[in-house]
Design a protein around this ligand. Structure first.
Ligand SMILES: [Zn+2]
Length: 76
């Protein structure tokens, strides 16, 4: 199942959850504060692809010190 990233509106915590596609937009409680004021964030694996699917996981891209695949350090 795909990994989705969520952003908590209460404490700005980003967290990931493995969910089935059909449950991707279901409410999910924050890992940090248990608030359900969360929204699904665009996963980094697709955020910078410009429509093109980036091969590999987000952990394999970028410079290793970031998970975004795009930062000042790695210059990707
Ligand atoms: Zn929270």
């Amino acid at each position: 199942m795909p990994i989705y990233e969520y952003l908590c509106a209460e404490c700005d915590t980003r967290f990931e959850a493995i969910r089935s596609f059909s449950k991707a937009d279901d409410p999910i409680s924050c890992e940090n504060c248990q608030s359900v004021e969360t929204q699904r964030a665009v996963t980094t694996a697709f955020a910078h692809s410009g429509g093109r699917i980036v091969a590999g996981s987000s952990s394999a891209s970028g410079c290793g010190s970031c998970s975004a695949g795009s930062c000042a350090t790695c210059g990707v």
